[in-house]
Design a binder for this molecule. Structure first.
Ligand SMILES: NC(=O)c1ccc[n+]([C@@H]2O[C@H](COP(=O)([O-])OP(=O)(O)OC[C@H]3O[C@@H](n4cnc5c(N)ncnc54)[C@H](O)[C@@H]3O)[C@@H](O)[C@H]2O)c1
Length: 145
């Protein structure tokens, strides 16, 4: 991928910062992150290539304005941890569910071509192997609760 205008939400986190590193050389990248778990140090080593960081809550920012003119959004801003979602369900819902919905709505409004989202095995449950060697998503977790 090259020559694209790209937004990485959660770009200061574990996956996001590695993605930013892979994208910055050939693309125009900005990061959105509230620095709740992510750190600027994770992209400091990029030096002059370090992208601008918009610091804020995904669900609270004016996303249509920010997304305007961008081609792709990689949406990695999230509060991982099942335990955290049990301890503070409102906070997890705001970051993960409301945040994602706002990203999708803003992408549609502002003409972003693609949103790429990383879900989690915490949602999928244990994968089962299928006969063709691919893996299937199990809904076992949802049915047993
Ligand atoms: N790490 C893994 O092995 C793994 C595996 C599968 C899926 N995932 C998924 O990938 C995504 C990123 O995971 P990670 O391991 O990089 O997590 P991480 O905690 O390292 O990164 C998340 C980033 O999002 C930011 N953030 C959190 N809530 C935000 C909000 N409301 N607004 C703006 N920024 C916010 C944090 O500051 C952090 O920089 C998550 O959805 C996670 O479930 C991760």
């Amino acid at each position: 991928m090259k020559g694209k205008k790209v937004i990485v939400t959660g770009g200061l986190g574990f996956i996001g910062s590695h993605l930013v590193e892979a994208l910055v050389e050939k693309n125009d990248v900005i990061v959105i992150d509230n620095r709740s778990t992510g750190k600027l140090e994770n992209i400091d080593h990029l030096g002059d290539a370090r992208p601008d960081v918009i610091e804020g809550e995904v669900a609270a920012l004016n996303l249509p304005e920010i997304f305007d003119g961008y081609d792709y959004v990689f949406h990695l801003a999230a509060l991982p941890s099942v335990q955290r979602s049990i301890d503070d369900p409102l906070m997890s819902n705001q970051s993960n569910a409301t945040g994602t919905l706002k990203v999708l709505i803003a992408a549609k409004e502002s003409g972003v071509q693609k949103v790429v989202f990383a879900s989690s095995s915490s949602v999928y449950g244990e994968p089962r192997s299928s006969r063709n060697g691919r893996t299937c998503v199990s809904h076992q977790n949802r049915l047993t609760r």
